[in-house]
Design a binder for this molecule. Structure first.
Ligand SMILES: Nc1ncnc2c1ncn2[C@@H]1O[C@H](COP(=O)(O)OP(=O)(O)OP(=O)(O)O)[C@@H](O)[C@H]1O
Length: 257
């Protein structure tokens, strides 16, 4: 699914949090959003999902204004895994994932064997099948994160938005998640702090002070000059001797390395 934003913005108490964002994300593309703390990444994701009131500008899904789409239709198309998402404590892990099927259910289409299978697949995809019966309140931060991702997968969206999805995950599950996302046949918008992970995206957008200041393929966007100007760090691209991929290595500007 294609998602586009036109002069998209949002203010709070007279302060511009996101300003004038123009984005065109192609069907099937994995688009990384990066930027320093407080630069507006989470707010932009929420705006793109139609979750914030009083938005300026507009969002279009496949050429249709998001504001004109019924809530249920948006929920069947877009899944957002927020940074600090929570879930009712009394649910177990599987029940939390089952909530992802809600937009697809109706009195005429109750929870079916197909929904069961989709939920099982989603649990398997995040390596949580063995914890399906565990109570939510007993799960660790990373396990909860994986369940939230499974819920989004169970929603079977055409656009998956993830806000720093790797931040609670151990290295094995970080890599597994990035691989899973790369294999999905959906459009993905993912906010990331790890710039080496962002290098795997098809394109990257850099947010700074609420504005999208640069957009393009990772190698073009993540230049040492730009990293120094935006993130206030020095960076060098190193080449992996085994597979030839580029990795960024960072240092404090004061270290003059
Ligand atoms: N509801 C709100 N009311 C007022 N200010 C807000 C609100 N939501 C976010 N902000 C402010 O807007 C700015 C952007 O926040 P946002 O969470 O979008 O940044 P971010 O790039 O996702 O940051 P981080 O990398 O730290 O997660 C921050 O200064 C934040 O304090």
């Amino acid at each position: 699914m294609r998602i586009e934003t036109f002069s998209l913005g949002w203010s709070s108490r007279g302060r511009r949090i996101v300003e004038d964002v123009e984005l065109r994300i192609r069907p099937g593309e994995t688009f990384g959003l990066i930027g320093p703390n407080g630069s507006g990444k989470s707010t932009l994701l929420r705006l793109m999902a139609g979750l914030l009131p009083r938005a300026q500008g507009r969002v279009e899904l496949d050429g249709r204004p998001l504001a004109t789409l019924p809530r249920g239709e948006i929920a069947r198309r877009i899944a957002l895994v927020a940074q600090a998402a929570d879930t009712a404590e009394r649910l177990n892990a599987r029940e939390a994932v089952e909530l992802g099927r809600t937009p697809w259910l109706s009195p005429f289409a109750p929870f079916s064997a197909m929904d069961e299978a989709i939920v099982s697949d989603a649990l398997e995809a995040v390596d949580m099948t063995h914890m399906a019966e565990r109570s939510w309140s007993t799960l660790s931060g990373g396990e909860r994160q994986r369940i939230h991702i499974a819920r989004a997968l169970a929603q079977r969206p055409r656009l998956l938005m993830l806000d720093e999805p790797t931040n609670h995950l151990d290295i094995q599950h970080q890599l597994a998640l990035l691989r899973l996302i790369a294999g999905l046949d959906v459009t993905v918008v993912i906010a990331l702090h790890d710039l080496n992970q962002a290098m795997r995206c098809d394109r990257i957008g850099i947010m700074d002070g609420g504005r999208l200041i640069s957009c393009g393929p990772p190698a073009e966007v993540l230049t040492p000059e730009r990293l120094s100007a935006i993130f206030r760090v020095g960076a060098r691209a190193l080449t992996d001797p085994v597979d030839g991929t580029q990795q960024l290595r960072f240092h404090c500007l004061e270290d003059h390395l």
